[in-house]
Design a protein around this ligand. Structure first.
Ligand code: NIG
Ligand code: FE
Length: 342
């Protein structure tokens, strides 16, 4: 019928499973408070940790399911989901089990990432928590996660702590990913390249050396335009593309820095805020995003032998996708050959 047919969106970076919301911090930031300032006062991630620890598995399942239904209606057919709002072994496992259950019951394929190193919990010292991640959490989440991620940032996990955690994860078969240089340059992009991470995400302030190491080690740069919108960052996307580093984009859906789940909106923002062309942003949200979660041979493009994860859009030209900002142009979603939304 003259519509655009393309691969389903791959959202390669989300924090889908959490309870509560943080609209009061949203207002505080509008009034001038910084993201890290709120974090240091014990708000931020820790306030979502409290709400998520209190929530039952059933509550988390129902919250996440509604979000997945919405993401599906926006054309997402595969999504990476991180733990990280438990910060206690049983609660990190609770979140990973919710992801596992939803992966069976929901049409969207979910790829789980262990992010125990998202923040330090109140009840332990720094060293105690690192020890808990290394000795207790990683061995126990081994079969529940594919990737191990760390929030490597000034005031959160240092480069050396992050290295230890990611190397331990590797020992247990977890592939490294990094929240890298989001708020300040922290040596995280260097660590990502040096350790052979599959992706370095955020990269608002990467060092020259870090980008070079990423290029040399095939680390994918994942930019998160929703967070850029909400926190006001402008990562050096053009420079990274000129260096020939593969670029992916994701929603970073989370209650603090990016309450955004619609990949068409993320693609629009990649164009408008980060100066990506529509074609670059679409590749970044499909095939490159698939590679950022290790599934580049299976999904992310329409090719013989790949999963039939296909979306049909109510537009005639691919450039209309980012252009009609906020319109729901998704007409039909097909997952592994079956119509799952229309
Ligand atoms: O990717 N920076 C760390 N994690 C999330 C934010 C989490 C939160 O604020 O709850 C991010 O931006
Ligand atoms: Fe994130």
């Amino acid at each position: 019928e003259g519509n655009i047919v393309m691969p389903g969106f791959v959202d390669c970076h989300t924090h889908l499973v959490f309870a509560g919301s943080r609209e009061e911090e949203f207002e505080q930031r509008i009034e001038g408070a910084g993201y890290m300032e709120i974090e240091k006062k014990g708000g931020g991630i820790l306030s979502t940790v409290e709400a998520t620890r209190t929530a039952s598995k059933k509550e988390l399942l129902s919250l996440a399911k509604r979000r997945l239904d919405y993401a599906l209606s926006c054309g997402t057919t595969t999504m990476e989901v991180k733990s990280g709002y438990g910060l206690r072994t049983e609660d990190e496992i609770k979140i990973l089990e919710v992801i596992k259950e939803l992966n069976v019951s929901h049409p969207i394929t979910l790829i789980p990432t262990f992010l125990g190193a998202h923040q330090f919990p109140k009840e332990m010292t720094r060293d105690q928590y690192i020890d808990c991640i290394l000795r207790e959490m990683i061995p126990q989440v081994k079969g529940l996660a594919k990737f191990c991620d760390v929030f490597c940032e000034q005031g959160v996990f240092t480069k050396e702590e992050s290295r230890k955690i990611l190397l331990k994860g590797k020992e247990y078969g977890l592939i490294p990913k990094i929240h890298a240089d989001e708020i300040k340059e922290s040596g995280a992009s260097e660590l990502a390249g040096g350790i052979g991470a599959i992706s370095a995400d955020h990269l608002n302030y990467p060092s020259e050396k870090g980008l070079q190491l990423m290029k040399d080690n095939n680390t994918i740069a994942v930019f998160l335009p929703g967070t850029c919108l909400f926190l006001g960052h402008k990562p050096p996307v053009r420079k990274v593309i000129e260096m020939d580093i593969p670029v992916a984009i994701g929603s970073d859906f989370n209650p603090g820095s990016s309450p955004l789940l619609s990949m068409p909106i993320i693609i629009s923002l990649a164009c408008v805020l980060l100066n990506m062309t529509p074609a670059e942003a679409i590749s970044a949200a499909t095939i490159n995003a698939a590679h950022a979660i290790g599934l580049g041979e299976k999904i992310g493009s329409l090719e013989t032998g790949k999963d039939a994860d296909i979306i049909i859009l109510d537009i005639k030209d691919h450039r209309e996708l980012p252009y009609w900002f906020g319109h729901n142009i998704i007409k039909m979603v097909i997952k592994k050959g079956a119509i799952v939304y229309s």
